[in-house]
Design a protein around this ligand. Structure first.
Ligand SMILES: NC(=O)c1ccc[n+]([C@@H]2O[C@H](COP(=O)([O-])OP(=O)(O)OC[C@H]3O[C@@H](n4cnc5c(N)ncnc54)[C@H](OP(=O)(O)O)[C@@H]3O)[C@@H](O)[C@H]2O)c1
Length: 406
């Protein structure tokens, strides 16, 4: 049927509604449908959206449930691109990924669950190659600033020095944002699985855990788990909660694109906390938070967190999202084609809450890119940089994010 360009699946959830609002506001050239498991909730979301966006009143509604494959297949017949925020993805994302791969429907999502992405690579690659479906995981705050930021820096290095950089470090700098119930539920689900499954724990600590089979080794070691001083970022640094997914996505981009950054490329991520006593204290706090999240493999800690943190459907208010922001710094090192040492710095910035305001933009633009732009790759299970590359970088810049090289 293909009456639509993009279907937002999960439009009744906290983030899905923001993505729908983003697309209906900024991509009026696209026909966008709203999908979810409850017709009544979908009607309500459409009514509320149309109070400020009159065009939203005409948005078609599609009832689909991730436990009902027939409804997912029917949804995939409505549009060439499904943009899904139905998570935790390990619980609710698998059937849709399989249906998209089989039916040749492109799909982008917000997962940050490495175990789900590994499952998708192992299960869907063959069918997606055959059907032409591009499945693009991790199109939110995890892992777009890392993946597209590194892509940008390496493109510039190749243009300026004739060679990619050997080593890129990424540091999350000043940032302000909240967490939604769906994100908390996804993190807790990941920790629950890790607590009971040894193979999963091994995957989560494998720096090359998302690389293709046979390509799962390289010079990078495990992620940072303690605080320390960084010359690169001129201050104290702490472990970054999202490094375990982001670093794997960046390494996978390099591997699936046939090593444009080189086989010896190294990549790491930290949180930059600043210098002096304040920086030291912040790094100590961030490190304690990181260790605390690790303790969520234990059921009593998970139960405690579940009670204290937002429930599914809840998240930061509009005011909080508007007051949010983030800045990430990239520092790259290498040698030029004459063997001389070279350095390059990059900045990625967003001016709303990273996990929601900016994430709605990142996922919305990924969906627009899948719907409108020529892709450098065919069907398969991809990362943002490998499937969307320069066209996506241009879109994110045009949408107001900063991706800058100096
Ligand atoms: N990468 C990032 O930066 C980032 C940022 C934000 C969110 N996320 C991820 O995005 C996901 C959603 O987060 P959220 O806070 O928006 O969650 P949420 O508010 O709980 O929304 C979840 C959505 O999934 C739907 N759903 C649940 N079970 C379903 C089923 N069986 N069939 C169809 N739909 C079903 C819910 O429908 P009902 O309304 O009917 O319950 C709702 O629309 C999470 O996995 C989260 O980790 C990632």
């Amino acid at each position: 049927m293909l009456d639509l360009d993009i279907v937002v699946f999960g439009a009744t959830g906290f983030t899905g509604r923001l993505v729908a609002e983003y697309l209906l506001t900024h991509h009026t050239e696209l026909r966008v449908g709203l999908a979810g498991r409850s017709a009544e909730k979908l009607e309500r979301v459409r009514r509320e959206l149309s109070e400020s966006l009159p065009d939203a009143a005409d948005a078609p509604l599609i009832v689909a449930d991730s436990t009902d494959r027939a409804s997912l297949s029917e949804m995939c017949r409505q549009a060439p691109v499904i943009c899904t925020t139905v998570g935790p993805y390990a619980l609710y994302g698998k059937a849709l990924a399989e249906v998209c791969a089989a039916s040749g429907t492109h799909c982008c999502d917000l997962t940050g669950e490495a175990t789900f992405v590994r499952w998708s690579i192992d299960t869907n690659t063959e069918a997606a190659r055959a059907s032409g479906a591009r499945l693009v995981h991790c199109c939110g705050f995890d892992s777009v600033p890392s993946d597209i930021g590194t892509w940008m820096l390496q493109q510039e290095a190749i243009a300026r020095f004739g060679r990619p950089l050997d080593h890129v470090s990424f540091a999350l700098g000043r940032s302000r944002g909240g967490a939604s119930g769906g994100t908390i539920a996804s993190m807790l689900e990941l920790m629950k699985q890790a607590g009971s499954d040894k193979a999963m724990r091994r995957l989560l600590v494998d720096p090359y855990g998302l690389n293709p089979e046979g390509e799962r080794s390289g010079p990078d070691g495990r992620d940072r788990v303690s605080m320390g001083w960084s010359e690169d970022f001129d201050g104290w640094v702490a472990p970054f909660l999202m490094a375990p997914i982001n670093t794997r996505v960046v390494r996978r981009s390099n591997a699936v694109l046939d090593w444009p950054y080189g086989r010896d490329f190294r990549y790491d991520e930290v949180v930059a906390c600043g210098g002096g006593l304040k920086g030291f204290q912040r790094a100590a706090q961030m490190t304690a938070l990181f260790s605390g999240m690790g303790a969520a493999v234990l059921p009593p800690v998970r139960a405690l967190l579940q009670r204290a943190l937002p429930s599914p459907g809840e998240g930061p208010s509009r005011e909080e999202r508007e007051a949010g922001h983030f800045t990430a710094h990239l520092k790259g090192r290498g040698v030029d084609s004459h063997g001389a040492h070279v350095e390059l710095e990059g900045t990625v910035q967003g001016f709303k809450d990273p996990g929601y305001g900016e994430t709605a933009k990142m996922l919305g633009e990924a969906a627009a890119c899948l719907a409108l732009d020529d892709s450098p790759v065919g069907g398969g299970v991809w990362t943002p940089a490998s499937a969307l590359g320069d066209a996506y970088l241009d879109r994110l810049r045009a949408a107001g994010m900063v991706f800058d090289v100096s």
